[in-house]
Design a protein around this ligand. Structure first.
Ligand code: ADE
Length: 264
């Protein structure tokens, strides 16, 4: 997978060279490149923003600068602006994995979820645009959708950050760890919270010693009975989810749980 990230603070993404993200790049399964939006400006001040039309506080990132940058990264020639080269028009629901996908973090957009991460982990090329100040000119995503480019906007949660960089770092980490070959042990992503059919919170984990500072590991976990351990963990997931995230339980298909339990 190739990931381009556009920001006025490209240094923010030096962390992408560390840890598992860095290793994935060494292995050749991932390439992450951060670009400075100001490299696409033409004025002496390298300005990327302007005052909001209609008035109000703060500044808004300019469409012209973003478009020059994104056209370059998308391989769109300005002389043929109607269709991305080598791509087919996007349909309303999915994307063909060869198409680049353009992603903008935006606190007013739909929530970024594990299922979005899973879908995007199948793409070959992601381009993230980090907004700053009061955000970016709303015509930018509209324009690229009209060009047939798969364009997504996501919020990472109900709070306001100073800019899109931290949100992009979160999305990149959630997406890339699902790329085949990224994790040393592929099983570690199977039983996680928000994953699989049920989207339950994950059960609690312990390691040795079984007694520590007067707190015991639940005895079932040391019983060696795998069936009982599985059921204990399933019950704990259900209890945690109903207490901490009742909204997730509302979407739970109990028939599927029963079938899974019977098959154990
Ligand atoms: N930019 C500022 N806050 C954000 C949020 N919560 N999610 C995505 N982008 C943002």
């Amino acid at each position: 997978m190739k990931i381009d990230i556009v920001s006025v603070f490209p240094e923010f993404f030096e962390v992408a060279q560390l840890s598992l993200l860095g290793k994935a790049q060494d292995k050749g399964i991932l390439q992450v490149q951060a670009h400075n939006l100001r490299d696409w400006t033409h004025d002496v001040h390298h300005s990327v923003d302007d005052t909001p039309v209609g008035g109000g506080a703060g500044m808004v990132m300019k469409a012209e600068v973003w478009a020059e940058c994104l056209d370059d990264l998308l391989g769109l020639s300005t002389s043929a602006p109607t269709q991305a080269q080598g791509t087919s028009p996007a349909d309303a629901t999915g994307f063909t994995d060869r198409q680049p996908v353009l992603i903008f973090p935006n606190p007013s957009a739909p929530l970024f979820t594990q299922s979005a991460a899973s879908e995007l982990s199948q793409a070959e090329h992601l381009i993230f645009g980090c907004g700053r100040y009061e955000g970016y000119d709303a015509r930018i995503p509209t324009y690229y959708r009209r060009q047939g480019i798969q364009t997504r906007e996501y919020s990472i949660g109900d709070y306001i950050l100073n800019g899109g960089e931290a949100a992009v770092a979160v999305m990149v980490e959630a997406i890339t760890r699902l790329i085949p070959g990224f994790m040393g042990n592929p099983n570690s992503i199977i039983e996680e919270s928000y994953t699989g059919d049920e989207s339950l919170l994950e059960y609690r984990q312990y390691t040795r010693p079984s007694s520590w500072r007067g707190i015991e590991v639940p005895s079932i976990l040391t019983s060696g009975d795998h069936g009982k351990v599985d059921r204990f963990r399933r019950d704990e997931s259900l209890e945690l989810t109903s207490r901490i995230r009742p909204d997730l339980i509302e979407h739970l298909d109990c028939n599927r749980l029963d079938i899974k339990d019977k098959n154990k």
